[in-house]
Design a protein around this ligand. Sequence first.
Ligand code: HEM
Length: 432
Amino acid sequence: MAVMDFLTAYDALPEDDVPRRVALLRKSMAADKAALFTELRAHRPVFSTPVGVFVTRHPDVLEVLSAPETFTVGVFGPVLEEVLGAPFVLARDGADLHWRERGYGQMLLAAEDAPRVRELTARVADAVLDEALAQAGDTFDLIQEYARRAAAQVAISYLGLDGVDEGALHSCTRRMQWAFAVNPDRDPAIHAAGVAAGRELHERVDEVISRRRAASEDGGDGSPDVLGRMLRMRLPAEYGFDDERINANLAGYLTGYQQNATQCTATALKELALRPEALAEAERAAGAGDPERFDAHVWEALRFHPFVPVTPRLCLRDHVLAAGTPRQTVIPAKSVVLACFASAMFDEEVLDAPGEFRPGRPPAHNLVLGYGAHDCLGKYAAQVIVPELVRRVLLRPGVRPLPGGERALDYAGTPFPQHYPVSSGRRAVPAV
Ligand code: HEM
């Protein structure tokens, strides 16, 4: 079935045949999300289904995410807190912890850290790439041998989790993210694995906090990393920022970061490699010593393959969406609303030629780091880490996705890409 036939096929199924309607929807999402969203934007921009109301137009996605009192994170918040074993900023809204923890996080994940974090990323990435290449044959696995390891090592240094095993960090956060963000049927085995991983990560972070507390007399050891800042921070007792809160925040930040950074490194390279002219231009910018010019190529690449294509919200009260437009729709209380970032970033009524690769588009057209009250709290770090992880690869002329194998991301039965073969530059690799 061509995906352009989706609505015809969907409407032909009886309204009460929920399993088949949901199966068709999921199949179309998996087969070609971009084509499905194009059809929905044109014909049913606010699309009510048994799994939720798909909101696909750019202004409507912004409207949903601008009203956290109406559209809350209640869809996944309770699951996230079960996985973390503690309250967390991405699981709450407004006066219920979010406002306060957001301010705390903004001080810790400081914007001023960005240049230092970029240098750290460059150093770590080069060392991991050297190791990968020293052991590589003609090709190597960009995700297992490079992206996952470099992302974890940057997190360990930046957040201050020295002593935490990089493999355990990656594996715990993968199981945690899978359980809270991509387990729509609440598969009990996936949930249990996420909760167990959350406990394991908590224990590992606890050990670091105790060691750091014990090592310095005043409990704050002067380190420039995020944990050092947390240990030195003095807040009124009524805020309750004890070591358990420190632990929950660090584990939560790791969960918000590790799979994202790993996947984005691979998918940005994939999207560039699929467009030889864009790749050549990115390579020139990578070598020009002007990281900001280069970074725009990575964010534009990620517009085509964002880590979070859709974010769910719980509608608490009846809401008239897109009021005064032809698509005006009442969203009833208790609906799950699916804010489709991946669709909004291709809204032809807002973006100029959205299908064209154009680095440097207006910032509001790029929703890769989210939007509104819950937009990425780690964005100043993410804005330098992700492009720099990609740039260090492009600075190695022989290390590229394989010709003909640009799309060969292997998910290995998980929601996140696990393998991506790239050439090592040893010798010309035949096209696959
Ligand atoms: C590396 C690439 C990253 C990507 C692609 C990314 C993406 C996102 C997105 C799309 C959201 C919004 C989620 C939603 O609205 O449902 C988000 C929120 C968040 N991110 Fe990131 N993120 C990244 C890195 C980081 C880093 C480095 C940290 C912390 C060190 C972090 C911590 C968070 C937190 C705590 C939130 C929730 C904020 C809130 O609820 O107010 N992320 N991120």
